[in-house]
Design a protein around this ligand. Structure first.
Ligand SMILES: *Cc1c(COP(=O)(O)O)cnc(C)c1O
Length: 497
């Protein structure tokens, strides 16, 4: 199966899945999509219902990554989703009540859903270097506002032929997030704080990617640059699996019959997670609707309602920072699937030029058959955490609470009476201070103490990967200025540029 850029309407430049994963972004600036979405029937779903998560993943991935052998995929998935990385299972489904379920995607090494993709993708990339005949090693650069950096470090640490360097805003991440990163283990990793904000870090990384002569010097020292962000197909494809897995678990526990239609509610930022669900439904998973849940940065809610995507608005800092996003990059893939490459390329050029675009009514009607956009205010998020904790004994993080609030509104307004699975994207302990305040109506103690306070208040355990991070060895104390980023990359690669 070949992959084409969303900006290649005549499908002239197809690449294998390994090449798509190695490249990340297509050379024309578009995102890779498979030439067609493979379709599966109820027999397939019934069959994988009897398998474990790894078995389900191998069946689904092999439909898309046909230049990888079954043995390779099995090996990759078995090590990515091992019991040592996911002691409570990869994607356990928790029942809240008769129509509400939570699919918990945060039982991995960094306690956020990004692990689901970033535990697998490095293994796929490592193999991709061999499959594409690449003689150089890969140097991954990441600018992070928190969750992605740590998940990428955990995923890429000690992976063959790959080095990873993460830049984070020294004063722009939480204490827990910073400790997670500067105590990172592994012999191929490096972390640098930037004296600036996330945009400074991101712009610095983008400038390095654009600098042709820098790339040549790196290449002379044996490295090609890659990125680990969510526009890479290698991050999207692992996420398709858990939509099937949730459905299979509902069958296996007798909650539904194969063929019954269910809904999903997804806390959304860059539109990567929910798009993976949409692809699962295009493959044949019986999904009625995707509720796209946003926080106060509700650019997507407005888009689904009006057909106008407009990023020209105030950026709001919320308690669900991983959803504080005004450009949802993966929406380009949805537009390409529903409106075709020519139209989506036009929308993206409008976005670049004016910061807004308008999708015609006929296309919006089609999109609204699958998506409903809803949003939750900061007050609703906090109220929802408290209500779910008291009413159902369910403790959720702030991102998940955005979605639970939207799912409640959707369930009360829709007449569908279908089961609704909400994707739970982070451990409540990752955002312990906000969760503590929502549950107790008290101010949380500063820093790491918020985690112990939450544990004491709720009687729930601090997840293993977050215990003792205040006592681990600090390996990467450096903070540099944005102008020093390129030399940090060169130094790390041993390039001596
Ligand atoms: C990244 C992230 C999201 C948003 O996911 P997208 O794929 O960007 O839509 C939601 N919740 C948490 C906790 C995240 O880390």
């Amino acid at each position: 199966m070949l992959y084409f850029s969303t900006r290649d309407p005549r499908k002239e430049r197809g690449v294998t899945s390994a090449a798509a994963i190695k490249q990340g972004l297509a050379p024309d600036g578009g995102l890779y999509l498979p030439e067609r979405i493979p379709s599966v029937g109820l027999d397939f779903i019934n069959k994988i219902s009897k398998a474990d998560y790894v078995g389900r993943a191998v069946e689904i991935l092999s439909l898309f990554l046909d230049d990888y052998s079954r043995e390779e995929l099995e090996e990759c998935c078995r090590s990515a989703y091992s019991v040592s990385s996911f002691p409570d299972g990869a994607a356990p489904l928790k029942k809240i009540n008769n129509c509400r379920y939570c699919l918990e995607l945060w039982h991995g090494p960094t306690c956020a859903f990004k692990d689901m993709a970033l535990q697998l993708m490095p293994r796929l990339l490592s193999l991709a270097l061999g499959k594409t005949g690449e003689t150089k090693d890969s140097l991954i650069l990441v600018a992070t506002s928190g969750d992605t950096g740590k998940a990428a470090l955990e995923g890429y640490k000690d992976v063959d032929r790959i080095k990873i360097l993460v830049f984070y805003p020294a004063e722009g991440v939480s204490r827990v997030q910073k400790l997670q990163m500067i105590t990172q283990t592994g012999k191929n990793v490096c972390v640098k704080g930037i004296s600036g904000n996330f945009d400074d870090a991101q712009n610095g990384v983008k400038a390095i990617f654009r600098d042709g002569s820098f790339a040549t010097s790196l290449s002379d020292s044996g490295y090609i640059l890659s990125s680990a962000n969510s526009i890479n197909w290698g991050r999207l494809v692992p996420q398709i699996v858990y939509y099937f897995s949730a459905y299979c678990d509902l069958i296996a526990s007798g909650e539904i019959m194969a063929g019954d239609v269910i809904d999903f509610c997804v806390p959304t930022g860059n539109f990567g997670n929910i798009l993976a669900g949409f692809i699962a439904s295009k493959m044949g998973l019986p999904v009625g609707r995707f509720v796209c849940a946003s926080n106060s940065n509700k650019v997507l809610t407005d888009f689904f309602e009006t057909g106008v995507y407009d990023k020209n608005r105030k950026f709001i800092t919320t308690t669900s920072p991983s959803m504080d996003i005004l450009i949802s990059s993966n929406l380009e893939r949805l537009l390409c699937l529903e409106a075709g490459s020519d139209a989506s390329a036009f929308f993206m050029s409008e976005l670049a030029a004016k910061g807004r675009y308008t999708v015609p009514v006929d296309i919006m009607i089609r999109i609204r058959e699958s998506f409903t956009g809803l949003w939750a205010s900061e007050t609703e998020v906090s109220e929802t955490i408290g209500r779910y904790y008291r009413g159902y004994g369910y403790l959720s993080d702030t991102h998940t609470a955005v979605a639970l609030s939207c799912a409640d509104r959707y369930l009360s307004e829709s007449k569908a009476e279908r089961k609704c699975v909400t994707l739970s994207t982070a451990s409540p302990y990752k955002f312990a201070a906000s969760v503590y305040s929502a549950v107790t109506a008290l101010d949380a103690p500063e820093g790491y103490a918020a985690l112990s306070a939450l544990a004491d208040a709720t009687g729930t355990p601090i997840p293993g990967p977050l215990t003792d991070i205040d006592r681990r060895e600090i390996r990467f104390p450096d903070v540099i200025s944005p102008s020093e980023m390129a030399s940090a990359v060169a130094g790390f690669a041993g390039a001596g540029i």
